[in-house]
Design a protein around this ligand. Structure first.
Ligand code: BGC
Length: 423
């Protein structure tokens, strides 16, 4: 299959599962940088522009391979088809265990010379290096650290209902009741599996504590997975159903964010890419919106990192690939890019001066959590377990949220069974 047919085939798969087809990619030349990515929302595109401009100044033209679809599911389908067809992109945005799979399959190139020269091992959290390196080879470049255990709140709506920051799950419910009484949708949710799974990451950590989250999702400990605490987590998730609007099913994440921006909803539970949408809408942290850690998870960072996997490419494309890696790891790009994107720099030595109050909190939280052992990979976002297990998780959580799995007891049993089957 040639390159274009491959893209069409993956576009058809993507369309079949409800995503927008990717734009045709252009083969990269010597002074080109090609990146497959799913950064197609307003905030995401604005952040990506920082990287494009930086590389343009160095004389590199940007060859975008955008594959719309939040969370990157459609992008990963496209990437798989391109790699299988022997025509991988120069680099691809990628999450956690997906990168490890490509590395193990021998598909990735390394940028060891750059990594050594700039001593990346010193400036990146150790936890991330499990995903950026394989057998000591640096083959994925982390441009940021996102975290999923955030709540994004419309400040004016909060003032109108007389709300304050919820410190535990019960207070969260009480706050949402206030919004409901005032006729505002309490919780803006995009009812897609990956978004519901993100919500459940936070609910599990809030219900059982971060130690429980780690046992269940990082260790896949049978007792934790089958515990009453997990059942209570599903009960808590079920409680949240009462606070979403009737049209939530299938909604894109950025449209849910827009509901909060406009004041049609009080809050969204979402990764800090949501902040990028507030920013492009010219809304300011502290003045127009507020960021809280999901109640009961302050002090913990449930992270995902956007990495660029470096694929094996013809020698003629190598300069562009190295330029992308170099730019993405530069302090200047990590500062400017992440201030717009909503994430925080992957490099721990980037000052927080360019960041708003939420970004400053995000940077401090990562440092604290990294030191305290509470910097933990997101199960929803492929940083706790390999793709097959993460997919099983999405599936059970979404079936439960939409009522296909009826009780929490059944959900607990199904989750354990599906995880076992996916191992
Ligand atoms: C990525 C973010 C992106 C979000 C929504 C996440 O998987 O890490 O960079 O903004 O998906 O598309």
């Amino acid at each position: 299959m040639n390159f274009r047919n491959l893209l069409m085939a993956s576009a058809m798969t993507a369309a079949a599962i409800g995503f927008v087809a990717p734009a045709p990619a252009v083969a990269a030349g010597a002074k080109d940088v090609q990146l497959l990515n799913w950064w197609t929302s307003g905030g995401e595109a604005a952040a990506l522009d920082v990287l494009k401009q930086y590389l343009a100044k160095e004389g590199y033209a940007w060859k975008d391979v955008p594959v719309a679809g939040g969370g990157g599911e459609a992008a990963m389908t496209t990437l798989k088809a391109m790699v299988a067809g022997g025509d991988p992109p120069m680099a691809s945005q990628i999450l956690g265990y997906f990168a490890l799979d490509y590395a193990e399959a021998g598909k990735l190139a390394n940028v060891n010379s750059l990594a050594k020269k700039e001593d990346w091992a010193k400036v990146l959290p150790t936890a991330l290096q499990k995903f950026t390196t394989t057998d000591g080879n640096w083959d994925a470049i982390p441009i940021n650290i996102h975290s999923v255990n955030w709540i994004w709140v419309n400040k004016a709506v909060m003032a109108k209902i007389g709300g304050t920051e919820p410190k535990n799950f019960a207070e969260l419910i009480a706050l949402m009741d206030k919004a409901k009484k005032a006729g505002v949708t309490p919780l803006a949710l995009g009812g897609q599996p990956w978004q519901e799974a993100i919500l459940f990451d936070s609910v599990v950590a809030s219900t059982g504590g971060i130690g429980f989250y780690k046992k269940a999702f990082i260790d896949l400990d049978e007792t934790a997975l089958k515990s009453d605490t997990m059942k209570t987590a599903f009960d808590n998730l079920a409680k949240l159903r009462a606070y979403v609007d009737p049209n939530y099913a299938g909604r894109d994440w950025n449209l849910a964010t827009a509901m909060v921006i406009k004041g049609d909803a009080l809050m969204q539970v979402m990764g800090d890419w949501a902040k990028g949408e507030f920013k492009v809408a010219h809304k300011e942290a502290g003045a127009d919106f507020l960021c809280y850690r999901f109640p009961g998870t302050d002090g913990s960072v449930i992270y995902n990192t956007d990495m660029f996997a470096m694929f094996k490419v013809p020698e003629s494309q190598r300069a562009g690939q190295l330029a992308l890696a170099d730019a993405s790891m530069s302090v200047a790009v990590q500062s400017a890019f992440n201030a717009i994107k909503g994430s925080v720099p992957a490099r721990m030595d980037v000052p927080d001066t360019a960041f708003d109050m939420c970004g400053k909190k995000g940077i401090a939280d990562v440092k604290k959590a990294n030191a305290a052992g509470t910097f933990v990979g997101s199960m929803a976002q492929n940083y706790a377990q390999p793709p097959a297990i993460a997919e099983a998780y999405h599936d059970v959580v979404t079936k439960f949220f939409h009522g296909e799995i009826k009780t929490s007891t059944e959900a607990v049993a199904d989750l354990y069974k599906s995880i076992e089957a996916a191992k």
